[in-house]
Structures are given as structure tokens and as C-alpha cells.
Design a protein around this ligand. Structure first.
Ligand code: GZL
Length: 326
């Protein structure tokens, strides 16, 4: 009898310890108030986006944050509707990645009037109104454009080129990454008389559009194209087979510059079919959870949080690139 009571007591202790550990493991102390975060995600248009969603879900788990996540399937109206649902649900914090910069004033005014702080993730908005958002957590896209152009200038120097014709496949019209990657690149090549932009075409960050755009650019400019500057890996990966079908060697006959740094593009970089990939990390979840917790506790938050980013290019030992995780 005594033995079975002892056994029962030790089993109970083990069970209790297990429960406590799970509670701590979630990063939320048992006495910490629940934090309900509503997040509107643009969609699943790229490996970058899918990686960003996964990281936010993982970090919500790690930080013990209750996450309501809605996928807008590339439609601004779906994001606006989701934000309205978060307001009705009285979440503690709203976060979203705005597919385009304009058109948010009304719904963000409603969030402000409801006393719910809003965090921008990945992309920015453009507004005349004050105080609609608290913080922007995302890449310095302008600097990404600068790094892409600086690579091209070094590449032109190393090849001894005296004229460089560029076609640019841009991301979603009026989105922050599209605007700033274009501006950073343009400003950096502006003083280099060798550089000429033959044409810019909107690929909407999609692989299928990247292929269509490349076909059109090749039909129009053919042999004149020296460089493709693509605003994301998906469009680059769509464009490369079209370049090969047209009889050109990507990475050799045509210099290929891309942005994001997902595993698939890095593998193609290692094959020598892409020359440079500028990193744009999708791993913004940790900063989002820490910012949301600060807002919940009424603490000050930084206005802008930029992750550190690098470039991967044929100037480096590519075997040293660690697995990318997206
Ligand atoms: C960049 C992000 C962009 C990626 C694309 O932070 O907004 O959107 O570069 C994604 O892959 O579609």
C-alpha cells in the first residue's frame, strides 16, 4: 500500500513539473496577462512571404502570444476587413504587412479610436495623418537597392564594361519594397555614365509574372540586355528559364541581380546562373512579439526597427552560405 502511495506521489510531481515547464517554455510566465495579437498577412506569393508567416507563428509560440492571423490573398480589401475584425474582437495589438502604401487612413483611424496600437511589419504606409501606427519592423529596402547597384558597379569594373544596359523587373506597384529598391538602385547608378535602364516592368513579385516580363523584355531588347535587376527571387526564378530558352546563359551572357535570399535562389547562385542575391530577411517575428509585449505593457517602442542584411554574390566563397531556412 505504502509503495503504491509513494509511486502515485512521484507521478503527480512529474506531471506538475511537466505542466510548469510547458508554461515557461511558451515564453509566457503563468502570471503574465494574455496578449492577443491580430496579424493581417499579405498572402503567400513568395518563399519570402511563406517564411515570414512561419517565423511569426513560431515566435508567437515562443513568446506565449495568442495570435489571430489572417491571409489576405494579395487583396488590400481583405486586409482592411481583417483589421476591422481585429478591432471588433478587441485584440490588444494589431500588426499587418500593407500590400501597398496608400488607402489605410480610414481603418487605421478606427483602430486608433478603439485604442488599439498598430505595428507595421515588413512594409510601410504613406499617410498625412499622425499617430496611426506605432512602429515599422522591416528591411531598409532603399539600402537593398543601393547594395544591388554597388555590386553591379563592381561587376562592370571587373569585366571592363564601358556600357551596361539594364532591364528592371519591379515588385508590386506602389509597395514599399518596389519603390525603395527602385530608388536606391537608381540613385546609386545615377553618377555612373556606363549605366542605362532600358525598361522597367511590373512583375508584382510573382514567379509567373517574372517569366512573362522576361519574355517581353527579351522580345523587345534581345541582345541589348546586359543585366536583369529583379526585385525578388520569385520573379528572378521565373525569368531564368526564359533567358535560357532564348539562347542566353544567365549569369554569363546576362548578369542577374536578385533580392530576398531564399534557399532556392541561393542554390541557383551557386550554380552560377545568378550573380548576386541581396538578403531581405523574413525573420521579423521576434521583434514583432517583443514590440507587441512592450505596447501591451504601455512601454515606449522604437519607431523603426531594421534588421541587418548582407549580400551573397559571385565575389564570395558561396559554399560558406549557411542554410537559409526559407
Ligand atoms: C520584402 C517583401 C517582399 C519580398 C517578396 O520585405 O515585402 O514581398 O521581397 C515578397 O518576395 O513578395
Amino acid at each position: 500500500m505504502k509503495r503504491s502511495r509513494k509511486l502515485l506521489q512521484s507521478l503527480l510531481c512529474l506531471l506538475l513539473t511537466g505542466i510548469l515547464l510547458i508554461g515557461c517554455q511558451n515564453g509566457k510566465k503563468s502570471d503574465e496577462p494574455e496578449l492577443l495579437l491580430g496579424f493581417s498577412q499579405i498572402g503567400s506569393e513568395s518563399a519570402w512571404r511563406i517564411g515570414n508567416t512561419q517565423d511569426i507563428e513560431d515566435q508567437a509560440e515562443n513568446y506565449g502570444v495568442s495570435l489571430m492571423i489572417e491571409n489576405a490573398n494579395q487583396k488590400q480589401e481583405n486586409q482592411i476587413a481583417a483589421i476591422r475584425r481585429f478591432i471588433a474582437y478587441k485584440v490588444d495589438v494589431i500588426a499587418f504587412s500593407p500590400i501597398v502604401e496608400d488607402g489605410w487612413d480610414n481603418v487605421l483611424t478606427e483602430a486608433k479610436e478603439a485604442g488599439i496600437p498598430v505595428v507595421l511589419v515588413d512594409r510601410d504606409i504613406s499617410t498625412e495623418k499622425e499617430g496611426l501606427t506605432t512602429c515599422l519592423i522591416g528591411a531598409d529596402f532603399y539600402q537593398e537597392g543601393v547594395m544591388a547597384a554597388e555590386y553591379l558597379i563592381r561587376k562592370a569594373d571587373s569585366l571592363g564594361l564601358d556600357s551596361v544596359n539594364i532591364v528592371e523587373i519591379t515588385g508590386t506597384e506602389n509597395s514599399t519594397p518596389m519603390r525603395q529598391r527602385q530608388q536606391g538602385f537608381a540613385d546609386t547608378i545615377a553618377s555612373d555614365s556606363r549605366m542605362h535602364i532600358l525598361e522597367r516592368i511590373d512583375g508584382d513579385f510573382l514567379k509567373s509574372r517574372g517569366a512573362e516580363c522576361m519574355r517581353s523584355l527579351l522580345d523587345k531588347h534581345g541582345d541589348d540586355i546586359d543585366v536583369v535587376y529583379s526585385h525578388n527571387d520569385e520573379m528572378t526564378l521565373g525569368a531564368i528559364p526564359e533567358i535560357e530558352k532564348a539562347g542566353y546563359k544567365p549569369g554569363k551572357d546576362i548578369i542577374i541581380i536578385s533580392i530576398d535570399g531564399g534557399q532556392e535562389a541561393i542554390d541557383v547562385l551557386k550554380e552560377g546562373k545568378i550573380n548576386c542575391v541581396v538578403e531581405c530577411t523574413p525573420k521579423l517575428g521576434k521583434e514583432l512579439m517583443e514590440t507587441a509585449k512592450k505596447l501591451k505593457n504601455g512601454e515606449e517602442v522604437d519607431e523603426v526597427i531594421h534588421p541587418t542584411e548582407v549580400i551573397f554574390s559571385d565575389e564570395q566563397d558561396l559554399e560558406k552560405i549557411a542554410p537559409r531556412g526559407y
